[in-house]
Design a protein around this ligand. Sequence first.
Ligand SMILES: Nc1ncnc2c1ncn2[C@@H]1O[C@H](COP(=O)(O)OP(=O)(O)OP(=O)(O)O)[C@@H](O)[C@H]1O
Ligand SMILES: [Mg+2]
Length: 462
Amino acid sequence: MASAQTSGDWMLVAAFDFGTTYSGYAFSLRDKPTMIQTNQAWNAGSEALVSLKTPTCVLLNPQKEFVAFGVEAEDKYLSLVEQGQHKPWMLFRRFKMMLHNNDGLNRNATVDDITGKKMPAMTIFEMSIRYLRDHLVDALKKQVDGIHESDILYVLTVPSIWNDAARQFMHEAAVMAGLASDRIKLALEPEAASVWCQHISSSFNADISKPGTQYMVVDLGGGTADISVHEKKFDTTLREIHKASGGPWGGTCVDQNFINWLTNIFGESTMSRFREEEMEGYFELLREFETKKRTITPDTDGPVTFRIPIVLRSIHDETIKRNLEQMKLTDEVALQGDKLRVAANIVRSWFSESIENTTQHMINLLSESKLINVSTILLVGGYGECKLVQDSVTKKIRNKNIIIPQEAGLVVLKGAVRFGHLSRLITSRVIKHRHGCVSEDANILTGYENESVLDGVFKSCA
Ligand SMILES: Nc1ncnc2c1ncn2[C@@H]1O[C@H](COP(=O)(O)OP(=O)(O)OP(=O)(O)O)[C@@H](O)[C@H]1O
Ligand SMILES: [Mg+2]
C-alpha cells in the first residue's frame, strides 16, 4: 500500500489519551472508521489490573534515559525497590495532574518523580508520546499490510480547561517525539467524548445526534470531574453552550480517602514508614484497592477484605484497638491475621465526597436558566463506570435521559479517533470549497475557545 502523499490523505487515524491515572491509544482505518481497536495487552505479565489503558507512568534510569511506560514501568521500579537499587532511578506518576496545578505551563515547567526529583515536563511528555507511537506502529506492522508511519494521522486529547499555551505545549511535545507537525491534531477531551456519543446515541432512547439537542458531558476520570454542555447544530456541527467546569472529584479522591482512613487507624508515623520503607507493599495495597474499588456497588453487603502488609501489622495491637474505639469502628472493622475486614458502608463512605460533589454540581448547572433545555446526560470516564456513581446520578437527577456508554473509560479515546476521521472529511470539504483558507494552526489546534471541534475548522475559515 502506498504511503500518504498529500496532506489529509490518511490511511489510519490513531489517538493518544494521556489521563491523570491511565493512558492508552486507539486507532481505526479510514475505510472502517468506526471499527476502533485498542491495545488489549497492557497488562501482560501483571495479574493485578485489568484495563484497556495502562497507568500513566514513566521510568527513567540513573542516566535520565527512558526505560519503560505504564504497568511495565511500575513493575520494573518495584523490582528495583526489592533489590534496593531504585534510589537513583526516577518514576513519574500522575504528572498530568501537576500540570493542572501549574498556572503557567510552558516549556520550562517541571514535574516531580515519586521521590521529588525534577525533570522538564516537556521531556516526560515527549518520552510518553514516543513510547505510545512506537508501541502503536509495532502493533500496526503486524496487523495492517504495508502501512507506513506517514499514513497515520495522530490525535492527542487535551483537557478543555488547558489554555492555549498548554495546548501548544502538547503539540510541541508531540513534534519533539517525532510526529510530523501536519499529522497532529488536538481534540478536547469532552468534545471527543461528545463525538463518540453522537455516533452511538441512536441505540439509546435519547438520540443526541438530532439537531438542536442540548446535552451534558460528564467525564469522570482519575483526577477530575469535567462537565461540559454541548448542542448539536443544524449544520451537523457541535457547539459548547457552557464553559467546562467541575472539580477534583475523580476516582483518585476515593484512593485518597482510603489512605486517610488507614492513616487514622494505623497512625501517621506507621503509614509514612510504610510508604517510604516498604514501597513495594504500599504499591501492592494500592493495586489491590484499585481492583477492589471496582467491585463495590450500592448492594455490596458484608465486609470487604484487604490484605495488610507486614509493616502495618507490626504495630502494637493495642494502638489499633484504641484508634478503632476512638473512631467508633469496633463493630465495623476487624483485623484478623493479615486480613483487614471493613464493613461495606465504610468502604462506600470513601466514595461519598466525590460522588456528592459531582452530583450536586450537575444539579446546580442544570438549574441554570440557560441550560433549561438540556435533555440528556452522557456519563463517561473510568470513574463513570462506578456503580455507586451511576446510582447517585440516576436517583438524584430524575428528569433527564442518562446515557452511560459501554467501556465508559475508553469513550474519550474512541471519540478522538472518530474526531480525526471527521475532521479529515471536514478539512477536505473546506479546502475544496474555500481553497487555501485552512491555516496550519486551524488544522492543528481545533476546538479552540469554546468553539466545537468541528466548528473550529469552519470558524477559522470564516
Ligand atoms: N468500575 C470502576 N469503579 C470505580 N472506579 C473505577 C472503575 N473503573 C475505573 N475507575 C476509576 O476511574 C479512574 C480512571 O478513569 P479514567 O481512565 O477515565 O481517568 P483518566 O483519563 O486517567 O483521568 P483524567 O481524565 O482525570 O485525566 C481511576 O481512578 C479508576 O480507579
Ligand atoms: Mg480522561
